[in-house]
Design a binder for this molecule. Structure first.
Ligand code: ATP
Length: 238
């Protein structure tokens, strides 16, 4: 890839007690690239994203636009623009849509104009959220909650957006709508690292794919080289 690296991960590993969930993994996302990580249940996909943003302890080297960020904490990474949308969404259910979005922008302090500009961007991407700005988050549909989780991450002004199975539990049409929004963000230049089990949806958007199984990268290839689920199985169970 001729584009410079946005994030570069070298020898990143993580364990839970004696369980080596992530064996040393090398991975990168270039500026403006859309990368998908596929893999079966328990492959270590969630752990990979959590180790990158320091929600679990990991060993290894991570650099962001050439800067070593291996020792930075999660909130500092977020300020640099490394933002994760977690599986299960992590919303504040009793708060409104607008309040949840505002929490995503906490790093901006009192920059009211910039906060409003970002509200405008999120509402343009997900018009549903504008209509429901005063609705309690927990009362929304699963798809709307996922939009809110993505919207909240966007409020932080990400340079690299990492998402853990945003399609989980959603009807296919709703999931496709969320992923289409990610495609639009990527076309505007946002770097995306997406973990998905629904391979067909994710492959449509990604430029490059890593296949993770048993905590290791089994393959790295251009998305168009994976034709079907059948192709994937040989990486999962070799
Ligand atoms: P899924 O798609 O099912 O979420 P995954 O690819 O995201 O799977 P991880 O959630 O990263 O996989 O899990 C990798 C391994 O680490 C699994 O064997 C899992 O059981 C184990 N693991 C994950 N979280 C913990 C934890 N908090 N404590 C102990 N083991 C864990």
């Amino acid at each position: 890839d001729p584009r410079p690296a946005l994030i570069e991960v070298a020898g990143l590993s993580a364990s839970y007690g004696r369980v080596a969930a992530l064996k040393p993994v090398d991975l990168h996302v270039a500026e403006g690239e859309f990368v998908t990580v596929l893999g079966p249940n328990g492959a270590g996909k969630t752990t990979l994203l959590r180790a990158i943003c320091r929600l679990v302890d990991g060993a290894g080297r991570i650099s962001f636009r050439g800067q070593d960020i291996s020792t930075l904490r999660t909130h500092h990474l977020a300020r640099l623009g490394i933002v994760m949308v977690q599986e299960g969404r992590g919303l504040f259910g009793e708060m409104t849509v607008r309040e949840n979005l505002l929490l995503g922008a906490y790093g901006l302090g009192n920059a009211a104009d910039e906060v409003e500009r970002r509200f405008g961007q999120v509402y343009a991407l997900f018009p549903n959220l504008r209509q429901r700005a005063d609705q309690i988050a927990a009362s929304m549909s699963g798809g709307e909650q996922q939009m809110l989780a993505v919207g909240r991450a966007l409020m932080a002004g990400p340079k690299l957006l990492m998402l853990d199975e945003p399609s989980l539990g959603l009807a296919p049409r709703i999931a496709a709508g969320i992923l289409d929004a990610l495609g639009a963000l990527n076309r505007e230049g946002l770097g995306i690292l997406l973990v998905e089990q629904k391979a067909p949806l994710a492959l449509k958007l990604a430029q490059r794919v890593y296949v993770l199984a048993s905590g290791s990268v089994r393959a790295e290839l251009p998305a168009h080289e994976i034709g079907s689920h059948h192709d994937l199985a040989r990486f999962y169970f070799h």
